[in-house]
Design a protein around this ligand. Structure first.
Ligand code: NAD
Length: 476
């Protein structure tokens, strides 16, 4: 069985730890016990990482597509070989169940293999010009990237943050979440072991605001890629603007789910309940606001609650656990505040609404219904295991409710009417729409939002393009 590994940063290929640096205690969310001490960067560490990233960019921008593909494919192979260890580490530090952690490994494997093909398709173009003249448009890597990954997908988020810049020919400094560092280090190690030059990808940890201010103030960094809350995303956008740094922002969501009277209700219930409580609801594309046509509301609500009450909550390492703890102490506190506010305003609590056990950060799968629209939980991202069920009359009112919030990441609709499927897909303000499905991602598809959910995309060809700039060369 894998022990939790010793923690360090990776700067210029060196494992950096100790030396009187401040530390952050990494906690197992299933037990509340400290499992590791993470060294935090001092300004000199960040300066060293920046200087290394500058060198790394000069090395990697000149790499051939074959070299990049070999590294990405090699790293994918190593992740497959190491999947048991990687998944266990992710569960230990984030809490999700082992099968969920394994899916993250496979997401990275798929993405790295996709990018390994994509590096051969970074085409430019030649423009039509009078004889003797030539104009070409080429794509060049944008430069060193600062990438900030959150804790909810401890393997998948770092995979996205590292894979795209490396495919594009950039260097990257990754600051993954201090809560889940070992998973991120495991992904980086696969790339380094697959032959990535040590200057090209590094990992630092620190006080998030110190690290982001330091890196974004440097002229070395040419792109910021951030996944996290809208409030921090706005703050980082302002810092990036001071240096005209290009950004990809994958921010919060408040996933609406439109359930129409003509839907296959049983299939919708089976799919949505599983999806809602995945990773204890701590998923940016989590289905959250269930906007249910009133003709099927009672049936949908009762079927939902029945399925929720059957969910087995437990330590993610235990076989049979279907939902693990929340990832950190802040999340159950947020659940208590949001559910308390909703019930005080008259919402009905149909399941959950309480912590589970007295160790770790477990919170029961919860369901609220008939929630007033001004309840906090219907306006801010709950990021937890709570479903919000409200009845609505007619398509127009349902779409209006879906678009009411400033978020626009993922939206879902359940209807068997083909014309309505098209209307809903067109009208919903969202980066991703799932019609009769929750499978809204894939290595070859762009993943990202609109409005307050951010801009730019990860995955797909778009993920690599986001790390490239165009250059037009005109020859007379
Ligand atoms: P938070 O907003 O403090 O942190 C979110 C992430 O951003 C963390 O990984 C954190 O390390 C990082 N971060 C925070 N301040 C930063 C800074 N100044 N510079 C760089 N990185 C910074 O909140 P939290 O308590 O960790 O999570 C709460 C909320 O964050 C959730 O309710 C959810 O809305 C959002 N969140 C979203 C995602 C996502 O996938 N979009 C992931 C995790 C958290």
């Amino acid at each position: 069985m894998t022990a939790y590994p010793a923690l360090h940063m990776v700067i210029d290929g060196e494992r950096v730890a100790g030396g009187g640096r401040r530390t952050h205690a990494v906690v197992n969310p299933a037990t509340g016990e400290t499992i590791g001490e993470l060294p935090l960067a001092e300004p000199a560490d960040l300066d060293r990482a920046l200087e290394t990233a500058r060198k790394g960019f000069r090395i990697w921008r000149d790499s051939t597509p074959q070299q990049r593909a070999a590294v990405l494919q090699g790293a994918a192979r190593l992740m497959l070989e190491r999947q048991d260890d990687l998944a266990r580490i992710a569960t230990l530090e984030e809490g999700k169940t082992l099968p969920e952690a394994r899916i993250e490994v496979m997401m990275n494997v798929g993405l790295f293999n996709f990018y390994a093909g994509e590096v051969f398709r970074l085409y430019g173009r030649t423009l039509v010009r009078p004889a003797g003249m030539r104009s070409t448009v080429t794509h060049e890597p944008v430069g060193p990237v600062a990438a900030f990954a959150p804790w909810n997908f401890p393997l998948g988020n770092p995979g996205r943050k590292l894979g795209a810049p490396i495919a594009a020919g950039c260097s990257v400094i990754l600051k993954a979440a201090e809560e889940t560092p070992a998973s991120a280090l495991g992904v980086l190690q696969c790339l380094l072991d697959a032959g990535l030059p040590k200057e090209v990808a590094q990992a630092v940890f620190g006080v998030p605001d110190e690290v982001s201010r330091h890196l974004l103030a440097s002229p070395v960094i040419r792109k910021l890629s951030f996944t996290g809350s809208t409030v921090i995303g706005k703050h980082l956008s302002k810092l990036a603007a001071d240096n005209c740094i290009r950004t990809t922002m994958e921010l919060g969501g408040h996933g609406p789910v439109l359930v129409f009277g003509d839907a296959d209700i049983d299939r919708a219930l089976d799919t949505m309940v599983t999806s809602k409580y995945r990773n204890a609801g701590q998923v940016c594309v989590s289905p959250t606001r269930f906007i249910v046509e009133e003709s099927v509301f009672d049936r949908f609500r009762d079927g939902f609650v029945e399925r929720v009450k059957a969910i087995r909550v437990g330590n993610g390492l235990d076989e049979g656990a279907q939902m693990g703890p929340m990832a950190n102490a802040r999340r159950p506190e947020a659940m208590e505040r949001l559910i308390g506010d909703a019930t005080a305003r008259g919402a009905k609590l149909l399941a959950g609404g309480e912590r589970v056990g007295n160790a770790g950060f477990f919170y029961a799968p919860s369901v609220l219904s008939e929630i007033p629209l001004d309840a906090a939980v219907l306006n801010e991202e709950p990021f937890g295991p709570v479903a919000l069920l409200n009845p609505f009359r007619g398509e127009e009112a349902m779409i209006e409710e879906a678009n009411r919030l400033p978020y626009g990441l993922a939206a879902y609709a359940w209807t068997q009417d083909g014309k309505r499927q098209q209307r809903v897909a067109r009208e919903i303000e969202s980066g991703m729409v799932g019609i009769n499905t929750t499978m809204i991602g894939g290595a070859d598809a762009p993943f990202g939002g609109v409005k307050w959910s951010g801009h730019g995309a990860e995955d797909g060809p778009e993920g690599v393009m986001a790390c490239l700039v165009t250059k037009a060369v005109h020859e007379g």
